[in-house]
Design a protein around this ligand. Structure first.
Ligand SMILES: CC(=O)N[C@H]1[C@@H](OP(=O)(O)OP(=O)(O)OC[C@H]2O[C@@H](n3ccc(=O)[nH]c3=O)[C@H](O)[C@@H]2O)O[C@H](CO)[C@@H](O)[C@@H]1O
Length: 394
């Protein structure tokens, strides 16, 4: 652990999938006595769960997307403005390193870091290198990955790659040593359903009817917690009521650790943080990768956990009530099957992800001149304080 208090800038945007690992790293760096600033976009700033230690800077929109050349010009202007904003922050904050988690805000921030010669680290949460990370992979000082195999990562860059895993929130990690909740032939059967940080309509359309198709021995014990998009929630409530299945619904659960703790089975999208949490805690899952995810990265994300026997993946094209019921039945008919799958998921976890990523980040910008000056100033202040205290005592 470093002796001096350093400053770090993290850049992440858009969804919980990018922000949550950044929050986890910020909490770990704060625990080590460092100061951390986050550069994000408006959507990212609205993601709940930001640690109080983190100061947030919101960039103007700057995505280069679509076919309209006017949008390209607007996007490019946004990136340049964002880069200027990041440079101004660097001047006052003097970061020892900048960490990009992918997503749009990482782009202007990493461009600024390159022109200010600040060490840079990328963190890739998925099993396929994302677009922004791909652009910067050859230029940064280190690349931290979350899966053993990462597609679209140039093998020539292997020398700067470290497998750390995808950091999860402290309260989720704290469940790692808790036993799998009792699951017998008479116990409740608690199922947690989420569609990533944004929710997923297909789960609202398929899951209630699929659960209703389970054999009575399983169906009668069901207790469902399901995240739904706001526009779907009433229809889902009616479906469950019509099937007589008890269900608690919300658009977003801020207490995800508690929800995971009680769950016997998870059904949902295969976003990187979702999988990191399932494997951190050890919960079996049925995963339906988002079919339009860039480079099909959600399907790739399921590889390790499925191969280990901790989850089953169903392609959205084949995701019907009947297929879902069949898979649940196969996993839960015998209590031991579900507990074994939970253990297999647990074995895929990276419980040291936040610590390993923090170690990697701390290894850059060793003893910069500002640290030495800061330490001197702190020492001088302390000595001054002592002198004043002594004078006061006289
Ligand atoms: C639609 C989309 O592009 N999704 C991408 C996005 O993540 P996206 O945010 O969709 O999904 P992730 O699974 O990575 O993260 C979701 C996070 O939200 C939390 N949560 C969810 C529901 C809820 O009610 N409460 C709650 O706290 C989950 O516990 C998890 O921590 O970035 C990820 C990381 O690059 C990618 O893998 C995903 O493919």
């Amino acid at each position: 652990m470093s002796q001096v208090s350093r400053h770090y800038v993290l850049a992440a945007g858009g969804t919980g999938g990018h922000l949550i690992p950044a929050f986890a790293l910020a909490a770990e760096l704060d625990r080590r006595g460092h100061h951390v600033a986050l550069i994000t976009d408006e959507r990212g700033a609205a993601i709940p769960g930001k640690p109080s230690c983190l100061t947030t800077h919101v960039l103007p929109p700057g995505r280069i997307a679509g076919k309209n050349p006017l949008n390209w010009v607007r996007g490019a202007r946004g990136i340049l403005e964002g880069r200027q904003m990041a440079l101004r922050l660097f001047e006052s904050f003097e970061p020892s390193a900048v960490v990009g988690f992918g997503g749009y805000p990482a782009m202007p921030t990493l461009l600024a870091a390159a022109s200010a010669s600040i060490p840079t680290v990328l963190h890739e949460q998925n099993a396929v290198l994302g677009r922004v990370n791909r652009y910067f992979a050859g230029k940064v000082d280190a690349i931290a990955t979350s899966c053993r195999k990462v597609d679209r990562l140039d093998p020539k860059l292997e020398g700067k790659v470290t497998l750390v895993g995808n950091p999860v929130r402290t309260e989720v990690l704290a469940l790692r040593d808790e036993p799998f909740p009792d699951f017998t032939e008479d116990s409740l059967f608690r199922i947690l359903v989420t569609g990533g940080s944004q929710g997923a309509r297909v789960l609202s359309e398929v899951v209630p009817d699929g659960l209703a198709m389970l054999p009575p021995a399983l169906r009668s014990r069901l207790q469902v917690i399901q995240q739904c998009r706001a526009e779907d929630i009433e229809a889902v409530r009616e479906r469950y009521a019509s099937h007589g299945i008890p269900a608690e619904l919300a658009t977003y659960y801020e207490d995800m650790a508690e929800r995971l703790a009680g769950a016997h089975l998870f059904i949902g999208r295969a976003g990187a943080s979702t999988i990191a949490e399932l494997t951190a805690v050890g919960r079996p899952a049925i995963l339906i990768p988002l079919p339009i995810a860039t480079d099909d990265h959600q399907a790739a994300n399921t590889r390790e956990i499925v191969a280990a026997g901790g989850a089953r993946a169903i392609r959205q094209e084949g995701f019907t009530g009947a297929t879902l019921a069949k898979q649940i039945n196969a996993m839960a008919q015998h209590p031991a099957t579900l507990a074994n799958a939970a253990h297999a998921a647990w074995n895929c976890g990276y419980p040291k992800a936040a610590r390993d990523l923090a170690d990697l980040v701390e290894s850059f910008g060793a003893d910069p001149i500002m640290d030495v000056i800061r330490m001197d100033l702190q020492g001088a202040k302390a000595r001054n304080g002592e002198a004043l205290a002594t004078e006061g005592a006289l």
